[in-house]
Ligand binder design. Structure first.
Ligand code: ATP
Ligand code: MG
Length: 858
């Protein structure tokens, strides 16, 4: 009934008063079908198809009951001796109507609020309900007490009679036009018609169950032994497949979180029954085979669905590893403190932050003699649920009463029509003469507003576009400028336009001069230049959407968009980064569409027709029955448009008006979600001009023509490399020469040479090489090489073997010498090294070497 909520509340009108539906449903919480119940329960799913019939102030109880009877008993031929009917405690009328339809009196049971009362919230529409149950046990075992209690009694259909409006004080006021909302589970009906005592043995699930068993190469006994897990996997694979096909990606918030939770639950059960790696995609394959005939988008997106599932499973496996480590640490800590209970908050955090499932926490903890504090876990979970609900409802929770009061008042006075403020946006009118209908200052309805005030202005009709569908609101001016005066009486600068509630558009801005009053004539003019930029970007968004699907695949779904004057931003489902080549293709194709100069067509049609013709509707968006279709690139014969979308935004008249289409960035926004940013028209032009100027400037610096700049740059680089090579060679030469000169500094002592020099070495290795080089040339010698390496003074000493028995010892030599540079070291008699701290003392240390030789020479 969710899509009909506003119709029941009288906020929205439809051209029909009766409806029937068959719709996809996803439930993870409910009266008694919490997620945990799926698997153990033979009849509860997270994903199922619900059949319904609705009356919006048309037929009521009598027909609703008659219709249900007719379908179940006359058409489907269900045996009356197995049927039970429940009504609300004091709903005598419903009871009488069932009996009139043909039900034996003893088969109509009465239940209280818990089972047979429906309400939308604490206040608002509500009423009694009536349920139809089916008994599938042994015929002679039936008892009235089993209904709504035992598993043999299956609820198949729920009829809700909305007949009251609950007031805050608790009174029930009869609704002027009582309505009907019913729901019957397709899978449950199938189980009865196919003679199965559970949904999983019907043709909807049997092939999925078989695939699980087949993939595991397992027996019927194995399946029986792990029945709940098999069933949960079968169920979850359906939810997961449909959620992803509808554009939901695994994540940590809202519906993304629901998908992640379901998928990981299936993955976890899979592990427990013997799957080793990712397997769910192979189950999803059967789901698509089964359901793809009707839900044709499934086969179209199958590759994307499989990939998304597998990636999330892989992520989950990594998570498990991390989670086990964390849990282990936690238990070690608790054990040390003598505790055996894992606090619920901790268990929740493991799940919430690390995606580590609580049932796994229970298992692992149990193995080690721990338990989980379930109460505090529930509390933490509920708190988180509450939080996410609160954020989701943030917008609606805002106090809108000032707007609804104003709207009602203006409608009563006849200033506004039934549809509220009239928008002139589709006539492409940039300005119009009108009057001030409403003024809001600081959240209050006021009669006048003075210079300096922040105001929200309501006009009976406006050319301003109110933010919607990603397109930002218009800016501009509203002023009163009679012909006989020189300056406007008052002027308001409008900085944004919003639709506060359906029917009420406000112009938000500041009074720049004068005082405006309710009833004043007013001239409203939008900033047209800015609006053109926006329209180019909006049509550009449709071009991008179409090209992305064409180039990347039909799994691409718009997940969000921003259409602003300076750029457009488009978020979409896609699991990998879009490569440079792909982006180049996309840009090229988009500009082809621009140049093809397709007229942009807009028309109003029914939602059904539009979708049948292939128009793209956005997931999660609510559409009325009459929708606006924006399309371009229709091919005369095939009627195949390049782009066809449901859209209420403003667009250019033909694609060429987009001017130019440039992708400026591509990035990731969460798992499986990419973001592309594009500029068009004036901004794309400005960007290109800027780039061309840069090219000119650079060419001038390189003293070449722009067209040859790459060659010039390459030449420059080659030259650079050549020069670099030469420098290196020269340096080496220079170093060799240096070394040669240094060699001459060797002094003769008693038949051998002593050389002690400072060099420029890169590292100790180089010092050693140098010292070797010196020794090889000097013959019988004591050589000490010093150098500063990484700001530290270093010494390397070598002594030829013939001098070892004459008191020369490289180790002792560096040890003593290093003292002078504030360090130490040592080594073998013929080769040693040392380091110090005081680089400044290195020359002095080296100078001391000859003295050391003299003093130690034997
Ligand atoms: P139950 O009491 O069996 O949990 P419910 O009262 O929560 O069901 P309703 O909200 O009345 O169900 O939904 C209308 C019909 O949709 C039910 O009569 C049933 O046939 C079907 N249905 C509801 N929940 C599920 C579910 N989780 N899985 C499959 N079918 C369901
Ligand atoms: Mg029910």
């Amino acid at each position: 009934m969710v899509p009909f909520k506003d119709v029941f509340l009288g906020l929205e009108q439809r051209p029909y008063k009766r409806a029937t539906s068959s719709q996809k449903c996803l439930r993870v919480s409910g009266k008694h079908n919490d997620l945990e119940n799926v698997g153990p329960s033979p009849r509860h799913h997270t994903f199922f198809e619900m059949l319904g019939n609705f009356s919006f102030g048309d037929y009521f109880k009598r027909d609703a009951i008659r219709f249900a009877w007719h379908l179940l008993i006359d058409e489907l031929g269900l045996p009356l001796e197995r049927m039970w009917f429940s009504v609300y405690t004091d709903d005598d009328e419903a009871e009488r109507l069932w009996i009139e339809a043909g039900a034996p009196k003893e088969r109509v049971l009465r239940f209280g609020k818990k089972d047979n009362w429906w309400s939308m919230g604490d206040t608002g529409p509500c009423g009694p309900s009536s349920e139809i149950h089916y008994y599938w046990g042994d015929l002679d075992q039936q008892i009235a007490d089993g209904v709504n209690k035992d598993d043999e009694y299956l609820e198949i259909w729920n009829l809700v009679f909305m007949q009251y409006d609950a007031k805050p004080d608790g009174t029930l006021v009869p609704l002027p036009a009582p309505s009907v909302d019913t729901g019957a589970g397709l899978e449950r009906l199938a189980s009865i018609l196919q003679g199965k005592d559970n949904n999983y043995d019907t043709d909807a699930f049997a092939p999925i169950m078989a695939r699980i068993q087949g993939l595991l190469d397992q027996t019927a006994e194995h399946r029986q032994q792990h029945l709940a897990r098999y069933r949960a996997i079968a169920d979850h694979s359906r939810s997961v497949t449909f959620l992803i096909a509808d554009g939901v990606m695994p994540g940590n918030e809202g519906r993304s979180y629901v998908l992640r939770m379901i998928l990981r639950r299936a993955a976890r059960f899979g592990k427990l029954i013997g799957f080793e790696g990712p397997f769910l995609a192979q189950i999803a394959e059967v789901v698509i085979e089964q359901m793809g005939g009707h839900y044709t988008d499934l086969p179209e997106k199958s590759a994307f669905i499989f990939q998304t599932i597998t990636e999330e499973e892989e992520r989950f496996h990594r998570t498990l590893t991390t989670g086990l480590v964390l849990l282990d640490e936690l238990m070690t800590k608790l054990r040390a403190a003598g505790e055996t209970v894992i606090p619920g908050e901790e268990a929740f955090q493991l799940w919430d932050t690390y995606g580590f499932p609580v049932d796994l926490t229970r298992d692992v903890a149990g193995d080690q003699g721990f338990t989980v504090d379930e109460a505090s876990f529930r509390a933490a979970l509920n708190e988180a649920k509450e939080r996410s609900r609160a954020t989701a409802q943030d917008k609606t929770a805002q106090d809108v009463s000032v707007y609804s009061t104003l709207l009602a008042e203006l409608q009563k006075q006849g200033v506004l029509g039934k549809a509220g403020v009239k928008q002139l946006i589709y006539e492409n009118m940039a300005e119009n003469d009108t009057e001030i209908a409403g003024l809001i200052v600081q959240g209050q309805n006021v009669m006048e507003a003075h210079a300096g005030a922040q105001v929200e202005i309501v006009l009976p009709e406006t050319p301003f576009y109110a933010e919607s569908g990603g397109q930002v609101g218009d800016t501009g001016e509203i002023y009163y400028f009679p012909e006989d005066v020189d300056v406007p009486v008052w002027t308001v600068e409008v900085t944004d336009t919003r639709k506060r509630i359906p029917g009420l558009i406000v112009h938000i801005g500041k009074v720049v001069s004068g005082t405006l009053k309710i009833g004043d004539p007013a001239h409203a003019a939008i900033n047209t230049e800015r609006r053109w930029d926006i329209m180019r970007n909006h049509t550009g968004t449709h071009v991008l959407h179409a090209v992305l699907r064409e180039q990347l695949g039909m799994h691409v779904h718009q997940a969000g968009s921003l259409v602003a004057p300076e750029r457009l931003r488009f978020d979409f489902t896609h699991t990998q980064p879009v490569s440079k080549e792909e982006l180049a293709h996309i840009e090229k194709r988009a500009n082809e569409i621009v140049l093809a100069n397709y007229p942009v067509n807009t028309r109003w049609t029914s939602y059904k027709r539009a979708v049948q013709e292939g128009a793209m509707a956005l997931f999660g968006e609510k559409y009325g029955d009459e929708v606006r279709v924006v399309s371009f690139g229709e091919n005369e014969e095939a009627n195949d448009a390049v782009s066809m979308e449901l859209c209420g935004g403003t667009h250019v008249d033909s694609t060429a008006e987009i001017g130019n289409f440039r992708i400026v960035s591509e990035s990731s926004v969460g798992s499986g979600m990419r973001r592309v940013e594009v500029i068009t028209g004036r901004l794309a032009e400005a960007l290109m001009e800027e780039r061309l100027a840069l090219l000119e400037r650079t060419a001038a610096i390189l003293r070449t023509k722009p067209a040859e700049i790459d060659q010039a740059a390459q030449q420059l680089q080659e030259q650079n490399q050549q020069l670099q090579k030469e420098i290196t060679q020269l340096r080496q030469k220079l170093a060799q020469q240096d070394t040669q000169t240094l060699l001459e500094r060797a002094i003769s002592v008693d038949g051998f040479k002593v050389l002690s020099v400072q060099v420029n070495a890169l590292d100790v290795d180089a010092m050693r090489q140098m010292s070797d080089w010196f020794r090889d040339r000097l013959g019988s010698s004591v050589v000490v090489v010093g150098s500063v390496i990484d700001d530290k003074p270093m010494l390397v000493a070598s002594v030829t073997n013939d001098l070892l028995n004459r008191g020369m010892h490289a180790g002792n030599l560096v040890r003593d010498t290093a003292k002078l540079i504030g360090g130490g070291g040592g080594g073998r008699p013929n080769m040693a090294q040392a380091g110090g701290k005081e680089s400044a003392q290195l020359p002095a240390a080296l100078q001391s070497v000859p003295t050391w030789v003299e003093q130690n020479l034997k």
